[in-house]
Every structure is written in C-alpha cells, then in structure tokens.
Design a binder for this molecule. Structure first.
Ligand code: NAP
Length: 321
C-alpha cells in the first residue's frame, strides 16, 4: 500500500509557505491538529520528510513517531531545539536555513549596540513623554566609533557583525573554541581576556548545553563598568542573573539583548534599567529575510523528495556534537 503523504509539517511557516508546499507535494499539516503528531498513527508510516521551525523543534519522541522519516527541514539556523543526536542515530538528515539571515541578525546586533551605547530607545521616550521640554538636555552617553569590538562566536553571523565594525573604525577580536586561520581578526583563546580587552562584547555563538552560561559573572566583570554586552545568540549563553546583578551594581555598563533565558517574557526585572535595550527575539524578522528562509525550507524539502539530498544540511560534525 502506498503512503498517503510524503511530508509532515509540525509547524506552520505562514500561509504562503503552507499553501505552496501543499500544492507541490502531499503534506500532512499536523499543526492543524491540537494534539500534534499524537493525533495520527497510520498516516505517519510512509512519511519521508518533516518540516519544523527552530521554535517548535524536533524531539526524540517525534522521531519515534515517524519510523520512515529520512529528513527534517527546519526553519531557522539554531539547532538547540532539534535533537540532532536522535536524528544521527537513525541516519536522518537535518537541514536549517543558514546564510540568508546573517545580515539581518548582524544589523539587529548593531541596532542593540547603538541603542545601549547611545540610548536611542531612552531618548525616544524622553522626547515623546515631554521630558526634553521639561528637563532640557539629555544625559551624555557612550561613544561607539573607534572602540574595541569583541565577538563571541565568529561564525556566519559573527563574521557579519565583525565586518560591520570596519564602518565604525573598530578593532575586532573574537573567541571561538578554535581560531579561524583565514580570519583578519585577532583571536583570543580566553573569553575572559576578550571581555577585558573589549568595549563591546557581542554574543553570536551557538546555544545549547555546551555554551550554557559561557558568559558568566567573571566574563561580565571583565567587560566592566564601561562595557556593553550584546546578545543575539541564545538567552542560555548568558548567566542572566549575574548580568542583572552587575547592571544594577554598575559593574557592567549596559546591555542590548534580543534573547533572554525565558521567552516570551515581560522582563519586569529589566524595567528600571535604562542602560539595557531589549528586543523580543527578532534577529531575522524582516519581511525579506523571513521570505528567504521560507524559500530555503521549501527548496530543501522539494530537493530531498526529488534527489534524496538536502541543500543546506547540518554538517556531520555538528550532528554528532
Ligand atoms: P555558526 O556559523 O555555526 O557559528 C557559530 C559559532 O559559534 C562558530 O564560530 C563556533 O566556533 C562558535 N562556537 C560554538 N561553540 C562554541 C563554544 N563552546 N565556545 C565558543 N564558541 C563557540 O552559526 P551562525 O549561523 O553564525 O548562528 C549562530 C547562532 O545565532 C545560532 O546558533 C542561533 O542560536 C543564533 N541566532 C539567533 C537569531 C536571533 O533571532 N536572535 C537568529 C539566527 C541565529 P567554534 O566551532 O570554533 O567554537
């Protein structure tokens, strides 16, 4: 008996994507069912490809529910919510959507850096709430151009962040687990040394257990009272309690955070901290980039159904990590 479906979609990627995929192959839209995959049994048997997103992830129990699965195509670049070990153990390939989002995430890192340093969000409120007229001059802020930029995680996004530093006449250094021989930027083997050197430390490494609280109290103290921490990676990489304590005591100068340890949140603990600029995890959230990400998921699914290959697979070494 032939299977009724080729693809299971566990998350909607927007009406345009959903309709386009449904028009080009046989898709089981499991996200329409509140119980998800648990609502199906026979239908799941012959399914070869699953579509998900970084937010919805793909767990071991999802793999268990899909005995014929050969590939998972995920929307987004982080794979901290995808159980890559379970995939590797079953010989299942996984694709993400790298490269197409680098510029927008890097742009947002710079928006947060500039906002934390020059207080643009605070200034906006200052004008709109009548404080400019009532109180006069806005307090002086922190210079950006010509300063030292430290990047934790010089990967695709980290590179794009570092490149933008040239436009601000900045010297750039980075920390990865291993140096990148072709990189024009200086390598710091110790993250604490990088933080001590930098005026701005931008976090752009992967999330997950291996990088949890990599930016700890010691790194934060090394960045110092004039330093600014920017995080566009994952909330888990920064010890948020330590960062909050340092911001309150003045041991850390400021922060620009697109990601937090709990999401979504009203971040009440940050409410009184004007030296902190927050965004609701929107690094890649521009119309253009979101369309490019959806296109890449679509291309991965259709390529796999046609040829058995993925266009942007997670590399083998990361599947085993
Ligand atoms: P990538 O190209 O794989 O780069 C990741 C970098 O992290 C690499 O340079 C890697 O270098 C470094 N790294 C990994 N583990 C490390 C460790 N333990 N210590 C120090 N450095 C480490 O990934 P990407 O495409 O640039 O994306 C980076 C991350 O950005 C994603 O994983 C995701 O979590 C986040 N992101 C956020 C948004 C948002 O909306 N805010 C959007 C997209 C992505 P080594 O391997 O040499 O250590």
């Amino acid at each position: 008996m032939t299977a009724a479906y080729d693809v299971v979609q566990v998350a909607s990627l927007g009406p345009q994507f959903d309709e386009r995929l449904a028009a080009s192959c046989r898709v089981l839209q499991a996200w329409r069912e509140p119980r998800g995959l648990a609502a199906f049994s026979e239908e799941l048997r012959g399914l070869r490809v699953a579509v998900t997103s970084v937010r919805h992830g793909f767990t071991r129990s999802m793999f268990d529910a899909l005995p014929g699965l050969q590939a998972v195509c995920s929307w987004g670049v982080g794979h901290d919510t995808l159980d890559l070990r379970a995939a590797a153990a079953r010989g299942i390939r996984v694709s993400v959507t790298p490269d197409v989002l680098d510029d927008c995430v890097a742009d947002l890192a710079w928006a947060l850096l500039l906002s934390a340093a020059r207080r643009t969000a605070v200034g906006d409120r200052y004008v709109k709430t009548g404080q400019w007229r009532a109180l006069g001059q806005f307090p002086v802020a922190t210079r950006v151009s010509g300063k030292r930029l430290g990047v934790l995680g010089l990967g695709r996004i980290g590179e794009a962040i570092a490149r933008r530093g040239a436009g601000f006449d900045m010297e750039v250094r980075y920390h990865n687990r291993s140096p990148r021989p072709q990189s024009p930027y200086g390598y710091e083997a110790s993250l604490t040394d990088l933080a001590a050197w930098a005026d701005f430390l931008v976090v752009a490494c992967v999330g997950g257990a291996a990088t949890r609280h990599l930016v700890d109290a010691q790194v934060i103290r090394a960045l110092g009272p004039q330093g600014i921490l920017v995080n566009i990676a994952r909330g888990s990489v920064v010890d948020q309690a330590a960062a909050l304590a340092a911001l309150r005591s003045g041991e850390l100068g400021g922060a620009g955070l697109d990601v937090l340890e709990q999401e979504p949140t009203d971040a009440a603990e940050f409410a009184e901290l004007d030296q902190v600029s927050l965004m609701p995890h929107v690094g890649s959230a521009t119309r253009e980039t979101r369309a490019a990400m959806a296109e890449l998921v679509y291309d991965n699914v259709t390529e796999f159904l046609r040829t058995g290959r993925l266009l942007t697979p997670v590399p083998d070494r990361e599947m085993q990590a």
